[in-house]
Design a protein around this ligand. Sequence first.
Ligand SMILES: *Cc1c(COP(=O)(O)O)cnc(C)c1O
Length: 217
Amino acid sequence: MINENLQEVRNALPQGVALVAVSKFKPSEDILEAYAAGQRLFAESRPQELAEKAAALPKDIEWHFIGHLQTNKLKMVLPYATMIQSVDSRHLLDAIEKACAAEGRCIDVLLEMHLGAEETKQGMPEEEIMDILFDAENYPHIRFRGLMGMATNTPDAATVEADFSRIDSYMAYLVDTFPELESFDQLSIGMSGDWPIAVRNGSTMVRIGTAIFGNRN
Ligand SMILES: *Cc1c(COP(=O)(O)O)cnc(C)c1O
């Protein structure tokens, strides 16, 4: 089933849109099934779960972190993640810079932009993202790769479309404003329920869980 689901999503995705398989809450057997079907890029949203799975699973899996990250949990994530997609505060960014500087390494990050209506939704407002990028030279161990966002959780496609259109426009604006950030080219939008809308609005990376692995208990 996982194999079929993966093929279905892959066949529908245009060239140039990466498929991130979101394996949170799913057992390693499910991940290995996707792995056997050729999937190498996976994402987790909880630090300990990422660390346990990544330590046990094949080393050529690439892991992204997509959940809310507390700075005291960074040490569980950094050894395994090649990208942190969910940087939602300056405080977290400072901690990542410091930890990577200490280890003499760089890491890819996406800045998570607040989208959608829900008050509790994570992510930073546009101005905060702008402030960080004006300050990019103070983060020599961070490679700013782009933006991540989650649309309003609603069945109303027009609302979702408006959210994705807004982040796509803001992405274009940032690319224009910061031409010196040469690898700032990734827009991570789109999940199981809304990825076709995201793809119409400039997504370069979709994060898909349930449409591949089935419902999470
Ligand atoms: C869980 C999760 C997803 C995947 O959601 P599905 O609806 O299962 O595809 C994508 N992005 C983030 C940040 C998530 O936490």
